[in-house]
Design a protein around this ligand. Structure first.
Ligand code: ZN
Length: 540
């Protein structure tokens, strides 16, 4: 018996550079590792054939490193797979119809959880009274960006929000009489709605949601992910699944979510918990399920006018400050950095980005830290350049740059500022490491659709739409594929183990039916996914 698998007749993208390998056409795997990449008459290949390696004729398809999602939320993704999906809805009527249908098809559910609502679908209206007549069960609607939730009256009452104060950095929307009206924004969603729903979902349901997330990710070509809002619950589910069912079929690195507290001591205590776990679960003790660092949410999103901008929004003329003041942020970042944890700072508006760059650059240069800024949707040219100067990873989610979901932007921030949106090549020109993720479930987890928008700046949601978003910032196909594998591996210090196809690395790869052409990405498809030398998915 041999443990070797030989993949013949392939086109190969190793992600070491940005082009297809000019002459390699076969990949040799021994056990869980890559043994050789080259040609059919190379010595290693001949020897493997002689030893009876299993041969796979790939039929000219493309072998690429397995995708590693640079930014996602595993439990929320799992629960979104089970939720009523409102993504296709264009207005309140369609939302109501979809919830009614979803309710009918879920007779046993005790609550109706929906996802995919965007503020623009209802002109920012989010009233419990628009939901109350639909069903007797409590109704919860997650905003697509997960920065707010819209709840029915029975949902509000089971969360007991009537006399609850607004949490730090969030709002329970109320009418003149003080009655909650349905919208729970920012920290009110994150700290009240999410934990409530989490507390009423059984452990078995949640484990199955995590299992389903992993299976779904494998089925589209992923072999790794970076979880960007881990808390005690998510971590305990992951470790429980790992200990009860054995190694997972994805390499997972997580960032511990630090919630904004009133005092620095309380913030530091949260970082200390991450440090304690990191001592047990790090790159050397547990390379495939580990704590990479911390996560801090610095602002909201442009569509809800909760992203913090240098200059106020155009219409409505409003603005917000970053959720963390610089004085609150700096000690937390310093404390994590000193313990060898990576900092991932969510920053969407240009003011928050400036804040984040300032805090991370205050840590100095020199040591290989690989801190990162998430999203970077609006950046000044100066901040875009400083990322590279300080080795800060630009963690981007091209799927958020889809023109179909940016229709409100020219009104909200004006056409001039729109020209600075998603300035990817500014980041790379300045030398910033690039990592691509999807932010699922706030957006589609599908890797090739994400890369389509990265490389064409066109819509993957509405294929016929020919609008582009700042085409001058588009990435090359090889550059984008590389950022979604080698780039994301580098971003979490997994690059010695995974992310590229090279001798000695883990045999994590995907066989893609894909022409080497950005405009063909929407037609492309993953046919097989291999993780540590074992096939974990095959298209039927
Ligand atoms: Zn996220």
């Amino acid at each position: 018996m041999t443990s070797k698998h030989l993949f013949n007749n392939a086109r190969i993208f190793t992600a070491v550079g940005v082009s297809l390998s000019p002459d390699a056409n076969c990949l040799l795997v021994d056990g869980d590792r890559i043994e050789h990449i080259g040609k059919g008459d190379d010595d290693e290949v001949r020897k493997a054939k002689h030893l009876g390696a299993y041969e796979h004729d790939v039929g000219g398809r493309l072998i690429s490193p397995g995708f590693i999602d640079g930014h996602m939320h595993i439990l929320l993704f799992g629960s979104s797979l089970a939720a009523i999906n409102l993504e296709h809805c264009r207005n309140l009527d369609e939302i109501r119809r979809t919830i009614r249908e979803g309710a009918n098809s879920r007779p046993n559910a005790t609550r109706l959880v929906c996802q995919g609502w965007m503020h623009s679908m209802t002109g920012s209206r989010a009233l419990a009274s628009d939901l109350d007549d639909l069903d007797d069960r409590p109704i919860y609607i997650y905003a697509k960006d997960l920065h707010s939730a819209w709840c029915s009256t029975s949902a509000l009452s089971e969360m007991h929000v009537a006399d609850m104060p607004n949490p730090e950095g969030g709002e329970i929307f109320r009418d003149e009489t003080g009655k909650a009206t349905g919208l729970m924004s920012e920290a009110a969603g994150i700290q009240i709605v999410w934990p409530h729903l989490a507390s009423v979902t059984s452990q078995e349901e949640k484990l199955s949601q995590i299992r389903e997330s992993i299976r779904t990710y494998n089925s589209v070509g992923y072999t790794g992910m970076i979880e960007l809002a881990t808390n005690e619950e998510v971590w305990s589910l992951l470790t429980e699944l790992h200990s009860s069912e054995g190694p997972l079929t994805l390499r997972i690195a997580v960032h511990w979510l630090i919630k904004p507290s009133k005092t620095t001591a309380e913030n530091i205590a949260q970082v200390d918990r991450a440090i304690e776990l990191h001592k047990q679960f790090n790159l050397s003790t547990s390379p495939d399920l580990r704590i990479a660092g911390i996560k801090i949410i610095g602002d909201g999103v442009v569509d809800a006018c909760t992203a913090s901008l240098r200059e106020p929004y155009n219409s409505p003329s409003t603005n917000v400050d970053p959720i963390w003041t610089y004085e609150q942020l700096l000690p937390v970042v310093q404390h994590a950095d000193a313990a060898g944890l990576q900092c991932a700072l969510h920053a969407i508006g240009d003011k928050t980005v400036a804040h984040a760059v300032r805090a991370l650059s205050a840590l100095g240069k020199g040591r290989d830290r690989r801190h990162r800024i998430e999203h970077l949707e609006l950046t000044s040219p100066e901040d875009a350049k400083r990322l590279g100067e300080y080795g800060i990873t630009a963690s981007i989610q091209p799927v958020h740059a889809d023109p179909a979901i940016l229709r409100a932007w020219s009104t909200l921030i004006g056409p001039e500022r729109c020209k600075r949106a998603f300035a990817y090549t500014d980041f790379t020109d300045g030398g910033a490491p690039l990592a691509i993720g999807t932010d699922a479930p706030t957006a589609s987890h599908l890797p090739l659709r994400n890369l389509y928008t990265a490389t064409t700046r066109r819509s993957a949601r509405e294929e016929k739409l020919t609008d582009t978003v700042n085409e001058n910032f588009k990435l090359g196909l090889g550059q984008a594929l590389r950022a979604a594998s080698a780039g994301t591996a580098y971003s979490c210090f997994a690059d010695k183990r995974a992310g590229t196809l090279e001798k000695g690395k883990m045999a994590d790869f995907v066989i893609l039916d894909l022409d080497w052409e950005a405009h063909h990405l929407l037609k492309g498809e993953g046919e097989e996914t291999w993780f540590a030398g074992k096939r974990v998915y095959k298209k039927e």
